[in-house]
Design a protein around this ligand. Structure first.
Ligand code: TGC
Ligand code: FAD
Length: 405
């Protein structure tokens, strides 16, 4: 299928997505009018542009490149970045709600936006020079540029401090060598924020432009997960990086880890979106599908599943809203963020599995969203720190003992 085919498909399915979110504890009362406006505008875009085409895009492992510009237009790239740099100038709850709505559509779409906003725009905003901010941020915010974030290496994932990608000072430029793996957006990105060691072994951030000689981004094929998101490697073979492309504002691993705080926070909201989509589908199916002469929603076992799903979604909504308040106040700790990311992604995966079972055989088809969300969430529970790593971050916070090594 090409773009025209997808456009025809989109038009033929417009109006079919009637999603509305569960709000059992009336948590909308905790939101401002602006929050609700952002949520509804992103939701409308998802219904119009993503829901009609996402199953086919995933089945075909197709990244719909045109959504990049559209995501920029609706303000999903860097909503939390100040307006003077092209961002939305919004608070962290607005950012979270936007990620929730995108991931309700598909984790891969949320991934594209999280990487752009939290892992490419945020480090340039937080650690970049004024020239770097003015050069890159407006283009990234509008979707004219797509960015990617290179931390993970083939042999160093959970332990990025052991990375071997490095650069040397060649007088008028830096020379970058090494490779990054599992990089979201890489095959289509115009710009990469890359973390590499200098000659003293200190981790630094570099902005690498797509057209740099010796820089390539081979795509990773054969994924069963995040199939509508493009993933690739970053290969650096004696890449000349201009000196003005070094991020001056940070040294050490705390640079990339600071960006991950923001992205992990966004995932904690995003996972609720995926969970809500599966839950709503299960409620509707339970009311419509009849067996033994009555709707399956009339059987206690199915009611147990639905009741537990709604309970877990409500708990996650409360946890995440409170984390958003702490983020806005600058008081959220990395361990609090780990708790929310870890809890909510596991919650969403469990709900996707239960909801899939409630749909019986139909649950394994692309007629319903659960299998797609479930497969996507297997990446979400692994990237931005695995489920185990977030548990160890919490364990260290509780005990003061480092169980990583
Ligand atoms: P450690 O010695 O603990 O810390 C090194 C320095 O970093 C500071 N730090 C943090 N700073 C800000 N935020 C945080 N969350 C921080 N955690 C630690 C720390 O204070 C220290 O600073 P300083 O000044 O003393 O130097 O580091 P460690 O080597 O022991 O590692 C700790 C560990 C394991 C928790 C960390 O490395 C980790 O989080 N590993 C997981 C790796 C990971 O999350 N990778 C994600 C790659 S990006 C990605 O997956 C994008 S997917 C995007 C998408 O498609 O949505
Ligand atoms: P490993 O670190 O090898 O872990 C393997 C297993 O060992 C895991 O279960 C882990 O929990 C466990 N483990 C590791 N260390 C310990 C320990 N100390 N104690 C107990 N258990 C441990 N990275 C980027 O930099 N940028 C991106 O844009 C990006 N996008 C991604 C997109 C996708 C689709 C995927 C799948 C990954 C992406 N990643 C990205 C990489 C991701 O962050 C890593 O996969 C993740 O951090 C885990 O690293 P690893 O895969 O090397 O697993």
């Amino acid at each position: 299928m090409n773009r025209e085919d997808f456009e025809r498909l989109r038009e033929s399915r417009l109006g079919q997505d009637t999603f509305d979110h569960p709000d059992f504890y009336l948590l909308d009362e905790l939101l401002t009018e602006e929050h609700k406006l952002i949520r509804s505008s992103v939701r409308d875009w998802v219904k119009r542009e993503i829901s009609p085409i996402i199953e086919e895009a995933c089945q075909q492992a197709y990244f719909p490149t045109w959504i990049v510009k559209q995501l920029g237009d609706i303000g999903c790239f860097g909503p939390q970045i100040p307006e003077q740099y092209g961002g939305g100038g919004l608070d962290y709850i607005s950012y979270g709600l936007a990620m929730q709505e995108l991931e309700r559509g598909d984790s891969g779409v949320r991934s594209t936006a999280s990487v752009q906003g939290s892992l490419v725009m945020y480090p340039i905003f937080k650690f970049g020079s004024e020239e770097q901010k003015m050069k890159y941020l407006p283009k990234l915010a509008s979707g004219e540029y797509l960015g990617c974030f290179g931390l993970t290496e083939p042999d160093h994932g959970s332990d990025p401090s052991s990375m071997i990608t490095k650069f040397t000072d060649e007088g008028d430029h830096y020379l970058l060598n090494g490779a990054k793996m599992w990089i979201s957006n890489a095959p289509h990105a115009q710009v990469a924020v890359v973390w590499a060691k200098d000659e003293e072994g200190v981790v630094r951030g570099l902005i690498v432009d797509r057209d740099s000689e010796g820089f390539s981004t081979p795509e990773t094929h054969g994924k069963w997960s995040l199939r509508a998101s493009a993933t690739g490697e970053l290969v650096f073979d004696n890449v000349k990086v201009p000196k003005e492309n070094l991020l001056p504002g940070v040294k050490g691993l705390k640079g990339p880890l600071t960006c991950l705080n923001s992205a992990r926070y966004g995932i904690s909201w995003g996972a609720i979106g995926a969970a809500m989509d599966c839950y709503v589908s299960a409620v509707n199916y339970a009311k419509e599908r009849k067996q033994f002469g009555k709707p399956i929603g009339g059987f206690q076992l199915q009611q147990k599943k639905l009741s537990e799903m709604l309970t877990e979604i409500t708990k996650a909504q409360l946890l995440t809203w409170r984390l958003g308040v702490l983020m806005n106040e600058g008081r959220a700790t990395p361990a609090q963020i780990s708790m929310a990311k870890r809890n909510n992604v596991e919650m969403a995966l469990n709900i996707a599995r239960e909801a899939r079972q409630m749909h019986g055989g139909m649950g394994i088809t692309g007629e319903y969203p659960m299998m797609r969300h479930m497969m996507n969430l297997e990446s979400v529970i692994t990237y931005e720190g695995t489920h185990d790593i977030h548990l160890l971050i919490l364990g260290m916070e509780i005990t003061g003992e480092n169980a990583f090594i």
